[in-house]
Design a protein around this ligand. Structure first.
Ligand code: GLU
Length: 468
């Protein structure tokens, strides 16, 4: 079966949805193209003194809103096609969850395991310097964040490098996903996984959809398999288990495991840290290969690793009724059709994994406001609530215990506000895409999500002055 390259896959999904919009082909083409592509090579000195050439990209897919936003990926598989596809997905993702940014993505072609911490620091700082030189980073221009292979540590180096070269009041807003001490926000690390959970919860609350799949309403009692125990896969699993779902299988680089009785998530993460592998943990059984884990019997499959994991080759063997795309682009267009033909519910990446960029947006807002959420109103809210509770005591004669008083009068802190803002966003976005699905009589949330994105971005381009 012919498979398309990643950027083409994204555009195939786009074209499917574009038919349901009112825009002409010229405008649709403008939405689809990548506005700017920066490909850079630079030297770094390895710890042993050798010089090595490193290759990197930053793609700004759409300037219909600025800044553009998207993570930076470190992987030996990074190339221009992948970075373009991921940048385009960022534009659609931001539109779907009403985050007012255009989409971008960066990538550095390195296998992080082969470099020391100081080497990765040198690569990160030099890559940032190259972005600065060409105007591909800045609080109002283009704002990177973590992605596969990067995290708060790298974002901290990026900010520090940016700051050395810009005396900008808003410098902290030039990158998100930073350590808290450098202007990061509480809840960003777990945000993508938390958003994945909120999205699955929304989908599982729709009775008609669950009836069609032959499943009960709600997350509780459902079995799931996760591919990838990285930041996103781990946190999505954590919240699924907290809500009463059972983790029955895991796929990781080194192999796949299965236990129908349920796998202890924290236990396996510890075990993997000690042994370097998930194989041999507790009562789990080893599968012939990591790909086999995707084909296990379960209600929900959560691919939380890289793109093109579910393809025309294995889609027919996948038994999960719900495919929850925590990764970007895990399902190819052919695989999507095969899964849909047998009635699976696919929660598309462009919606489901948007929690990361939602909380990045909150972080950016925090940075340009120069104040932590909750700092100004927390104490005021608490004393107002205490006054109300005292009044209730006076009127009713009931006396609250100290603990009750404390719980009921708790003023919102940064984490509380971030979490409720994320929850609200994921609920609203789900409602928007399911309304579009129903309006067009579609049986496909991915197409509905793309229609939503195209409509929102298209309006921006219609209103834009096109210069001669
Ligand atoms: N890399 C993440 C994503 O693919 C987060 C992007 C961001 O926070 O800007 O959505």
């Amino acid at each position: 079966m012919a498979e398309y390259k990643f950027y083409e896959q994204v555009n195939k999904n786009f074209d499917k949805a574009a038919k349901y919009t009112r825009f002409d082909q010229g405008l649709l083409n403008q939405i689809k193209v990548c506005n700017t592509i920066y490909h850079v090579t630079f030297p770094i000195r390895r710890d042993d003194g050798r010089i090595e050439v490193i290759e990197g990209w930053r793609v700004e897919h759409s300037h219909h809103k600025t800044p553009t936003k998207g993570g930076i990926r470190y992987s030996h598989k990074v190339d221009e096609d992948e970075t373009m596809a991921l940048a385009a997905l960022m534009s659609y993702k931001c539109a779907i969850v009403d985050v007012p940014f255009g989409g971008a993505k960066g990538g550095v072609k390195i296998s992080t395991r082969q470099y020391s911490e100081t080497e990765i620091e040198r690569i990160t700082r030099r890559y940032t310097y190259e972005l600065i030189k060409k105007g591909f980073i800045g609080p109002g221009v283009d704002v990177p964040a973590p992605d596969y292979g990067t995290g708060a540590r790298e974002m901290g180096w990026i900010l520090d490098t940016y700051r050395q070269m810009h005396d900008d009041l808003n410098a902290e807003a030039s990158v998100t996903g930073k350590p808290i001490q450098q202007g990061g926000i509480r809840g960003r690390t777990e945000a993508t996984g938390r958003g994945v959970y909120f999205g699955i919860r929304e989908a599982c609350a729709v009775k008609e959809d669950m009836d069609e799949l032959g499943l009960d309403v709600g997350v509780e009692g459902k079995t799931f398999v996760v591919q990838g125990l990285g930041n996103v896969g781990y946190h999505a699993s954590l919240y699924m288990i907290e809500a009463g779902a059972k983790l029955v299988g895991i796929a990781e680089i080194e192999g796949g495991i299965y236990d129908p009785e349920g796998i202890d998530l924290k236990g396996i993460v510890e075990y993997r840290k000690e042994t370097g592998s998930i194989i041999g943990f507790g009562n789990t059984k080893e599968l012939a290969s990591n790909k086999d884990a995707l084909e296990l019997d379960c209600d929900i499959l959560i691919p939380a690793a890289l793109e093109s994991q579910i393809t025309g080759d294995n889609a027919a063997n996948i038994k999960a009724k719900i495919i929850a795309e925590a990764a970007n682009g895990p399902t190819t267009a052919d695989a999507h059709d095969i899964l849909k033909d047998r009635g699976a519910l696919i929660l598309p990446d462009s919606y489901l994994n948007a929690g990361g960029v939602v909380v990045s947006y909150f972080e950016w807002l925090k940075n340009i406001q120069h104040v932590r959420y909750g700092r100004i109103n927390k104490r005021f809210d608490e004393s107002s609530l205490k006054k109300i509770l005292k009044e209730i005591e006076n009127v009713s004669g009931k006396k609250f215990t100290e603990k009750e008083m404390e719980n009921l009068s708790h003023g919102a802190e940064e984490y509380d506000l971030v979490d409720s803002g994320l929850e609200e966003t994921m609920i609203n976005a789900y409602q928007q895409i399911s309304e579009i699905r129903n309006e067009h009589g579609l049986n496909d949330l991915r197409t509905a999500a793309f229609i939503n994105a195209i409509n929102k971005i298209g309006i921006m381009y219609e209103q834009m002055g096109i210069f001669p």
